[in-house]
Design a protein around this ligand. Structure first.
Ligand code: URA
Length: 237
């Protein structure tokens, strides 16, 4: 149980003072009856709350898929650049969601955001072995030797030792699908650099068994269902 105003704030509906004003003005229904008391005890799991005509479905945490465009930072806020959080609807921004597994500014594709810290940790921890799959366009051909080095576990120029990665070189040899289970700084770009190749374009296609929804336009976000969240921890082919 929690206070009605606290329930509404927790769901990202508005600030404490905003929701209190709206409650007092008679625009909030508690189980079908107008309730003008911000302190009304509310059972978040069972009570039906309507705010300005809209039913508020309680979510303890939210899990969001964003199709990140290039030029957007994987950050919560930034003075100069647009951030992933800037692209989300106001209610999700107010919940304090953050990025679970960053992408570089120029990388596109699947970005997860959540307000669940344990979930974010599980997605990012190399120990959990959640593979992230990328499509990369390259400045030249991938040699058989480089592909083998990926599989063996590369050592980067600064001595960082990587876990084995999967690579499938695509027709023409200048693009590839890469799967890694870590998230080191610029990892995919630095992996190809060991073979003298530049990454010209990079897109994240999936995280664990969850693929980017190709119907989601660039720059758009949507909530994940429980089933989709579970897929993240099931390895894809
Ligand atoms: N590897 C990179 O180099 N960049 C990304 O954005 C993600 C993985």
């Amino acid at each position: 149980m929690m206070r009605l105003d606290k329930f509404l704030v927790s769901q990202g509906i508005g600030s404490r003072s905003e929701v209190q004003r709206t409650i007092r003005s008679g625009q909030v229904l508690h189980n079908g009856t107008v309730c003008k008391k911000p302190e009304q005890k509310t059972d978040e799991l069972h009570d039906k709350i309507t705010y300005c005509g809209e039913f508020i479905e309680y979510r303890k945490f939210v899990y969001v898929m964003l199709n990140k465009p290039a030029g957007v930072l994987s950050a919560t806020e930034d003075k100069n650049a647009k951030t992933a959080v800037d692209l989300l609807p106001a209610d999700l921004q107010r919940r304090g969601v953050f990025v679970a597994g960053r992408l570089d500014k120029d990388t596109e594709g699947l970005l997860l955001l959540t307000d669940d810290g344990d979930f974010a940790h599980k997605v990012m921890s190399p120990k959990k072995g959640v593979f992230k799959k990328y499509y990369a366009k390259l400045s030249g051909s991938v040699t058989a030797e480089l592909a083998q080095n990926f599989r063996n576990g590369l050592t980067l120029a600064d001595g960082t030792q990587l876990k084995p990665a999967f690579i499938e070189v695509l027709a023409g040899d200048t693009s590839a699908i890469v799967k890694i289970c870590e998230g080191k700084f610029h990892q995919v770009k630095r992996m190809f650099e060991t073979g003298g190749l530049k990454v010209l374009y990079l897109k994240r296609l999936s995280i664990g068994g969850l693929a980017l929804d190709e119907d989601l336009p660039l720059g758009k976000a949507r909530l994940l269902s429980d089933e989709e969240c579970e897929k993240i921890f099931v390895q894809s082919a």
